[in-house]
Design a protein around this ligand. Structure first.
Ligand code: MN
Length: 395
């Protein structure tokens, strides 16, 4: 088995000022990294990871899973060391989802909430588990996937590269067959576009390049809340693509004109390695036609239901309702109000206390207990947080 056509595309989206995603196109190795933390820390962490995954050659002789583990360990070591040297980069980290094809197998490494999908025989399957608060709550049966999609803490990840001296990565190996289409992507795609729409976009696209463009366009048309990065590659029989060295034609300007300027990489076969460094900020909104936000019917119904709950909750007294959650940087916090956004980022809560305790310092079980979003009185919410601060060493 070898890599057939492949394409990759990264876009700032419509809301963010900078692109903190990075990607690696180095057949038979591909990766997506989504940085987090600090003014420039997120971007740096993702780029450091991309250069480790694209530049490292001493581990090439290792089998896929062993090599991916070695790369993750090395990237983690470099980011953590850099953050120790420069306090302004403290807490920086990144997700990593990387895949390497070897013979009949695809090895995948996963930390955080970027994802790998495989489209086979018309069926899309998510190959990775998200390391995020909401994914844990869904797996524990505390949230439905629909609730998770609207959850205010949906962006909080429970594992990252570079935030701690060691990192626990999931490494899996799946079989690969000719015709398999693989998608690696950052959460800027999957929080905006549901799996059914991902599947449709892949099935309806003629090739990897048009698929990558369709996916980024879908994320932006749904609002483009976050940076969006997609890597698409095809698995083919070894003998088939010999001699097919043709490079696909340049992107069609007409179809791209509705998007922000994007770096686009594509190719055919295993003809060379590229690491994509993402450009500095380009402001992704406010140009051209007014921003559209297409709210699917289900979301609209859910939003109405939430609005109903909000009215009842407000009457009951949002002044008296508090809950424990985690803020955008992963710190445990006490919130006043109700743990929901009304569809497009209108929060019904405000942060009243931030603990020095970070969500990843707790075990999955502890997180599930502490971050259950029970509405309680303020003193009870604070008591619960203090109780865990005592259990866990807080720096
Ligand atoms: Mn993201």
């Amino acid at each position: 088995m070898k890599i057939g056509q492949h394409a990759a595309l990264s876009d700032t989206g419509r809301k963010r000022l900078r692109n903190e995603d990075a990607m690696v196109i180095s057949p038979p190795l591909f990766a997506v990294a989504d940085g987090m933390g600090g003014a420039r820390g997120g971007q740096l962490a993702a780029q450091m990871t991309a250069s480790v995954f694209s530049g490292e050659t001493s581990s090439v002789a290792l089998d896929g899973p062993t090599r991916l583990r070695a790369l993750v360990t090395e990237a983690n070591r470099q980011i953590f060391a850099q953050a120790q040297r420069d306090p302004s980069l403290g807490g920086m980290g990144t997700t990593i989802t990387a895949a390497i094809l070897e013979d009949e197998h695809l090895a995948i490494v996963q930390v955080g909430d970027s994802r790998a999908y495989r489209l086979r025989d018309g069926v899309l399957e998510q190959l990775t588990d998200d390391h995020s608060l909401v994914a844990e709550l869904v797996r524990a049966g505390r949230l439905t996937p629909e609730e998770a999609a609207l959850h205010p803490q949906r962006a909080v990840i429970t594992r990252a590269l570079g935030t701690d001296p060691t990192v626990a990565a999931d490494v899996i190996a799946v079989d690969a067959r000719p015709g398999d289409l693989l998608l690696l992507c950052s959460d800027g795609l999957t929080t905006m576009v549901d799996d059914a729409a991902l599947s449709r976009a892949l099935l309806e696209s003629e090739n990897a390049q048009t698929a990558a463009r369709a996916l980024v366009r879908a994320a932006n048309q749904a609002g483009g809340d976050d940076n969006v990065t997609v890597v698409v590659f095809e698995v083919v029989e070894d003998s088939w693509s010999d001699g097919e060295a043709e490079i696909a034609s340049a992107p069609d300007e007409d179809t791209l004109s509705s998007l922000d300027p994007v770096p686009l990489l594509f190719g055919e076969g295993e003809s060379g390695a590229t690491t994509q460094r993402l450009p500095e900020a380009s402001i992704g909104s406010g140009r051209g036609s007014p921003r559209r936000s297409i709210v699917p019917l289900l979301l609209a119904a859910l939003a109405l239901a939430v609005a109903g709950i909000v009215v009842v909750g407000a009457v009951w007294g949002s002044q008296r309702a508090y809950f424990v959650g985690a803020d955008e940087d992963g710190y445990i916090a006490v919130y006043q109000g109700i743990p929901w956004d009304v569809t497009d980022g209108i929060p019904l809560y405000r942060k009243v206390h931030v603990s020095p305790l970070r969500a990843p310092q707790l075990s999955a079980e502890e997180r599930e207990r502490l971050l259950d979003h029970d509405l309680v009185r303020e003193d009870e919410a604070r008591r619960r947080v203090v109780q865990y601060e005592r259990l866990v060493e807080v720096p």
